[in-house]
Design a protein around this ligand. Structure first.
Ligand code: C5P
Length: 398
């Protein structure tokens, strides 16, 4: 899909600029035409010669060529682009973009271009987590900029955390999907996806949780986003980076997940409930670490709110997809859930199937709906996500 597409690749002054060389290669290999625009500081991190050689185009940095006065038109650049991809995008450039500051060629081009804009932030974990950066990202997202979330991992500073630029292959795949109109079947639709395990605190140190890795829910969120949907991923604890193009909202407890999901459901077209929500939470949270003594310990638990059931009550034509993880009498339990929670369909996995359920990269599921059941073969979680998205698309077309 990148064949013949014009990608304006913006590079800013981050150590992750070295990855822009690989990214440029990937885009070129896929058949795109690439024009690189760099901020002055970016030249300190990767040379214009490298980028010019890889993109097969001269690099643009300044508003004009001091040798001959030739003007580098930001307007023409913006018009040429099918996509303006800024990777890496520093906190500084993101802040300026959010506020309309245009003190270099890259930023002026951003303001004058009508092409879709994709940014891949890269910075130290504290800069990324800073309230100001998060505010700027939220503002950019509101204005339609696509944000490829950075990954969690080792950073150039020696620290570890969220701030590493997404890998070039992931960025190229995102731009590919963005420009592939054929795949945009869920354009204009808004979905909530819940994923991961909730955490129910007993005291400041201990909690009750479960083995959910979040992989299935994250794959679904990514697939819906790749098909053009606006996706809010309400995530319990996982170790996964947010899929490209997805807005992730982190929660801990079932109660926090309930609040976030119910609030967003009003303006959504549907929700996929993939989270492993705790059914019970301690009746009382102890605000100091519980001391052990020789005897046993009894912790009284109370039921959490059933988020899916509440959405079922508020459904009013929206699409609602549920999951069921069962160990016995699987189909009957899933049928019961389908009715009680008003799901359009239930994705049933049985812990008895090899390759299904928690943590792994594969899943073996059966779709259960009012018409009956459809057992799928063992598939990767990405493939299961595609099948779920196909089924959602068919429900929307009805
Ligand atoms: O009743 P059970 O927990 O087996 O139902 C599973 C389905 O309900 C899943 O889709 C799960 O995400 C959702 N659920 C929920 N809130 C709860 C419990 C389960 O949304 N408190």
């Amino acid at each position: 899909m990148l064949k013949g597409k014009h990608i304006l690749l913006g590079i800013t002054g981050s150590i992750a600029a070295y990855k822009a060389a690989v990214l440029c290669r990937l885009l070129k290999t896929a058949g795109a035409e690439v024009q690189v625009v760099m901020t002055p500081l970016a030249k300190q991190f990767i040379t214009p010669l490298t980028m010019a050689t890889l993109s097969k185009n001269p690099i643009l940095v300044e508003f004009f060529d001091p040798e001959n006065g030739a003007w580098n038109s930001h307007v023409a650049l913006g018009e040429w682009a099918d996509c303006f991809l800024i990777a890496p995008a520093t906190a500084n450039t993101l802040a300026k973009m959010a506020h309309g500051i245009a003190d270099n060629l890259l930023l002026t081009t951003y303001l004058s271009s009508r092409a879709p804009v994709v940014v891949a932030p890269a910075m130290d974990l504290d800069m990324f987590a800073h309230a100001t950066t998060q505010r700027n990202l939220a503002e950019l997202r509101r204005t339609g900029v696509h944000i490829i979330e950075p990954a969690d991992g080792e950073l150039a500073s020696g620290l570890a955390g969220k701030g590493r630029m997404a890998e070039p292959a992931q960025i190229a795949a995102f731009v590919d999907a963005l420009l592939d109109e054929k795949k945009k079947s869920l354009q204009g639709k808004r979905f909530i996806v819940t994923a991961g395990a909730t955490i129910e605190a007993i005291d400041p140190v201990r909690y009750i949780s479960n083995h959910s890795s979040g992989k299935m829910g994250y794959a679904i969120a990514g697939e819906l986003a790749a098909r053009g949907a606006e996706v809010l991923l309400v995530s319990g604890r996982t170790a996964l980076p947010a899929p490209a193009g997805v807005t992730r909202y982190d929660v801990l407890s079932a109660e926090e997940m309930y609040q976030a999901v119910v609030k967003a459901f009003d303006t959504a077209d549907g929700a996929v409930m993939c989270a492993a929500v705790a059914d019970y939470t301690p009746e009382h949270y102890t605000d100091h670490k519980l001391k052990k003594d020789d005897g046993g310990l009894v912790i009284r638990l109370q039921r959490t709110k059933d988020i899916a059931a509440e959405l079922g009550r508020r459904k009013a034509g929206r699409i609602l997809v549920g999951f069921a993880l069962e160990t016995d009498n699987e189909e009957a339990h899933a049928q019961e859930k389908l009715r009680r929670k008003q799901f359009d369909f239930v994705v049933l996995n049985s812990l008895r199937d090899a390759g299904a359920g928690f943590r792994g990269d594969t899943n073996k599921v059966t779709f259960i709906d009012a018409a009956g059941s459809e057992a799928l073969p063992l598939l990767t979680k990405g493939e299961v996500a595609q099948r779920i998205a196909d089924k959602i698309e068919r429900l929307i077309q009805k």
